[in-house]
Design a protein around this ligand. Structure first.
Ligand code: AMP
Length: 218
């Protein structure tokens, strides 16, 4: 299965993507995680991405599309993948369509996670992530770890992402409305979009998503 996950920052894309990818037996490809890995390894790509990310802006397409395509070409992605955070604008969506055409494959579904605007800032400002694994996500109110600042899963240190501050979140939301939302219409025209509510417990949202996905299989 080839799935794109879309939703505003704070919709729980990363968390849902990790669960869904595991349930479906496909790799979770997050361009945000790829950038963060490049930043911590101090690569040239990381250096190029860092200032855009910290301001909450999109990293330029020239950098992003090549990185995403390289990842999709790896052997574990041969039979499917779940894309989280890519495409993030219409030109990336068009590039992805062309890439899939070139490999004789197509998307099965675009899962749109919906969350009310006032909930978003609250969610993001309290988010804490494990330094060892960004799939280990906690929240100071909604999913607090047993010991403050320590990951329940692996004992790693929890931290707040540099782009999770309130000012950056507001800009990321503007960028989402302006740049990313139009891809939903792009994929609606292909009959691929299914929208689910991202409110409620993590497991409830995962169940909702799994229930919605088969309807989109062609
Ligand atoms: P995420 O972890 O998906 O929230 O992404 C964090 C940040 O990485 C975004 O705010 C962007 O600065 C950058 N980023 C991730 N994916 C993309 C993409 N497809 N295009 C451009 N920038 C991206």
């Amino acid at each position: 299965m080839r799935i794109v996950l879309v939703g505003p920052p704070g919709a729980g894309k990363g968390t849902q993507a990790a669960f869904l990818a595991k349930n479906l037996g496909i790799p979770h490809i997050s361009t945000g995680d790829l950038f963060r890995a490049n930043i911590s390894q101090e690569t040239e790509l990381g250096r190029q991405a860092k200032s855009y990310m910290n301001a909450g802006n999109l990293v330029p397409d020239e950098v992003t599309i090549g990185m995403a395509e390289d990842r999709m070409r790896q052997s574990d992605a041969e039979n499917g993948f779940l894309l989280d955070g890519f495409p993030r604008n219409v030109s990336q969506a068009v590039a992805l369509d062309a890439f899939l055409d070139g490999t004789g494959t197509k998307l099965d579904a675009v899962l749109d996670l919906e969350v009310p605007e006032d909930e978003i800032v609250k969610r993001i400002a309290g988010r804490r992530i494990c330094r060892n694994d960004s799939a280990h996500v906690f929240h100071v109110f909604y999913a607090s770890p047993k010991t403050e600042g320590v990951c329940d899963v692996c004992g790693g240190e929890l931290y707040q992402r540099g782009d999770d501050t309130e000012a950056t979140v507001r800009n990321r939301l503007d960028v989402y409305h302006r740049e990313t939302e139009p891809i939903i219409d792009h994929y609606k025209a292909q009959g691929l979009v299914v929208t689910i509510s991202a409110l409620g417990k993590v497991e409830e949202v995962t169940r909702r998503a799994m229930a919605a996905l088969p309807q989109l299989r062609h």
